[in-house]
Design a protein around this ligand. Structure first.
Ligand code: BTN
Length: 327
C-alpha cells in the first residue's frame, strides 16, 4: 500500500523533511498520489508538517501497528509483514501462510489474540495492550541444535526491551522473560518437520510482550504473575517501536544462528536468573527440589539434587523460588 511506503520514507528521514517530488520519484508514483497518501496518514493520527520547498516531515506518530511502521529493507526478518488487529494466534497465522515456497522472514503481528497459545498446551491470555508477534525461520543446522532457538529468542527479546526501554529483563529458564519477579513476555517456538524424512521444514518463533496492560486487563488468574512495561516503568513504548526492535533482534538472531553459538550462550548465561536458585522440577506426578547450578553448552539447565548428584534438564516444568508465585 502506497501509504505504508510513504510512511516508511518519512520515518527513515528521522524527522528531517523530504520533498513530495523526491518521494514521487523514489516510489514511481505521481505527486498527487503522494499527497493523497499523506492526507490518509494525517487522518490516521500522524502529525506531518509541510513547508514549501522543504517538503514533508514526520513530527509525531500514533500508537499504530502497520507495515509502514515496520518496513526496513535491511532486515530479512519482517521482509514479508502482516499486521492484524486481531487473530486467533499469530503462530497459527504464520503456519497457515507457511506453504511451500514462502521464504524465511514472514512475520505476523497482532494487537490482540483470541486463542493465544502457550507452552505445554496452555492458553496465553492476549488482551489489547500487548504485542503478539510470530516469525517464520528456516535455520540451516542439524536438528539437535534447533531447540536452542527457544533460549536464543529469549535473549533477543531482552535485547529488544533493552533497546527500547534502557533496562534489561532476566530470563527464567528456558525462555520466560522476567521483570520484577513477574512475567513480561512469553515465547512459544514450534517446529514443523517433514513427515517422511523428519527433516526440519521451518520454525515459528512466537513472542507475546506485555506493554500497556493493567491488572484488570490480565484478569485475576494472570495478574499476580504478569507485569507490563507500563506497570513497571509508568509508561509503555509505542507498539510499533517495540515491534521494530523485536524485528531487529530476531534478524540478528537469524544471522547468528547457529554460527555465533558461544557468544549467545554467554549472553544467555548472563541473563538467566534461574541459576543459583532453588527450583522445583515437575515430571509427570513426580516433584523434586534441587538447585540450579548452571546452563550447559546445549542450553540445558544443570540441577544439583539434595544427594549431590547433578543432571542436565533439556525440558520440563521448572518453578523457580522467588519467581512467578513460587515462594
Ligand atoms: C508461554 O509463556 O507459555 C508461551 C507464550 C507464547 C505466547 C506467544 S504470543 C505470540 C505467539 N502466538 C501464540 O499463540 N503464542 C505465541
Amino acid at each position: 500500500m502506497l501509504r505504508d511506503e510513504v510512511l516508511a520514507l518519512l520515518k527513515a528521514q528521522g524527522g528531517a523533511p523530504l520533498s513530495g517530488e523526491a518521494m514521487s520519484q523514489r516510489l514511481g508514483v505521481s505527486r498527487a498520489a503522494v499527497w493523497k497518501a499523506m492526507e490518509g496518514l494525517r487522518q490516521e493520527g500522524y502529525v506531518i508538517s509541510s513547508a514549501p520547498r522543504r517538503g514533508y516531515a514526520l513530527e509525531d506518530s500514533p500508537d499504530l501497528l502497520s507495515p509502514g511502521e515496520l518496513m526496513d529493507s535491511g532486515r530479512k526478518i519482517g521482509s514479508n509483514l502482516v499486521c492484524l488487529d486481531t487473530v486467533d494466534s499469530t503462530n497459527n497465522e504464520v503456519k497457515r501462510r507457511a506453504v511451500d515456497q514462502v521464504p524465511e522472514g514472514l512475520v505476523v503481528v497482532s494487537a490482540q489474540q483470541t486463542g493465544g497459545r502457550g507452552r505445554r498446551g496452555r492458553s496465553f491470555v492476549s488482551p489489547p495492550g500487548g504485542l503478539y508477534l510470530s516469525a517464520l525461520l528456516k535455520p540451516d543446522c542439524p536438528l539437535e541444535q534447533v531447540s536452542a532457538l527457544t533460549a536464543w529468542s529469549a535473549v533477543a527479546v531482552c535485547d529488544a526491551v533493552e533497546q527500547v526501554c534502557g533496562l534489561r529483563p532476566g530470563i527464567k529458564w528456558p525462555n520466560d522473560v522476567i521483570l520484577d519477579g513477574r512475567k513480561l513476555c512469553g515465547i512459544l517456538t514450534e517446529l514443523e518437520l517433514e513427515g517422511e524424512t523428519a527433516a526440519l521444514r521451518y520454525v515459528v518463533a512466537g513472542i507475546g510482550v506485555n506493554l500497556s496492560q493493567s491488572e484488570a486487563d490480565f484478569g485475576p488468574e494472570v495478574a499476580p504473575v504478569a507485569i507490563s512495561l507500563a506497570q513497571a516503568l509508568g509508561k509503555a513504548p509505542r507498539r510499533a517501536e517495540m515491534a521494530a526492535a523485536l524485528l531487529d533482534a530476531l534478524d540478528k538472531l537469524d544471522r547468528d544462528f547457529p554460527g555465533q553459538w558461544d557468544s549467545w550462550l554467554e549472553r544467555y548465561r548472563a541473563d538467566c536468573i534461574t541459576v543459583g536458585r532453588q527450583i522445583k522440577v515437575l515430571r509427570g506426578q513426580e516433584e523434586r527440589i534441587g538447585t540450579a547450578v548452571g546452563v550447559d553448552h546445549t542450553f540445558a539447565l544443570v540441577v544439583r539434587w539434595a544427594d549431590g548428584s547433578e543432571e542436565a534438564l533439556s525440558s520440563g516444568e521448572v518453578s523457580v523460588r522467588g519467581l512467578l508465585g513460587y515462594v
